[in-house]
Ligand binder design. Sequence first.
Ligand code: PEP
Length: 258
Amino acid sequence: MTAARTFFVGGNFKMNPTTYSGVKALIDDLAAADIDPKAEIVVAPPTLYLIPAAAHLATLKPSFTFNISAQNVYSKTNGAFTGEISPEMLVDAGIKYTLTGHSERRTLFKDTSDTVAARTKAALDAGIKVIFCIGETLDEREGDKTMSVCEEMIKAVVNVISEKDWANVVIAYEPVWAIGTGKVATSAQAQDVHHQIRAYLSANVSQNVAEATRIIYGGSVTAANCKELATCPDIDGFLVGGASLKPEFVQIGNARRA
Ligand code: PEP
């Protein structure tokens, strides 16, 4: 069924670059690059730069689908929530995607499975597509808890969104031990978890959702390791941190290209 799932590559710029001109240069370089027209590319600059980045991208003519994403979103429309932005604000700004539940949000900023699920639901309700991130720590992997941890994170979302909402969700499986460490999961490790996530969706949402949902891998993906990972039947693309700031991001976007 892989053919039906559009290859998806997300670039999470995190708190980089530190100037708008740096963000614009990355977008310009990508939009001009020769990337697989069958791929969908989405980059997530820092919040402050979302509006000019989206406005600038709208003036460019990439030969592939190219969108801008937020890195996080709150679960309320407006109000006394200092420092947060709402899904409605993203809609107003013309932003199509948001990440939710990135491991840095979960660990550094104490997002929980329930608050991530609430953010995910609020974004979907407003019409924003979601790159929903999950993954286990090294201790959890070594304690044989990878699937119970991932399933608990997914279950919180399954509990609050409807079956049709899944059409607008991309699941990013990002083992925490692989993020920013240079230690990429082997393709066998990643494929195994992706396969089990799909089985979980089949058992707990529906077979259709399991077959249609894109499950992407994140964690030290580079030009050197992306091709092999991209051959795995349940890996539908990547979420890329460090390498999304480098020219090699183009090669990652082309990981499925013959
Ligand atoms: C990420 O931040 O989502 C990520 C996968 O980072 P890196 O590619 O740098 O490991």
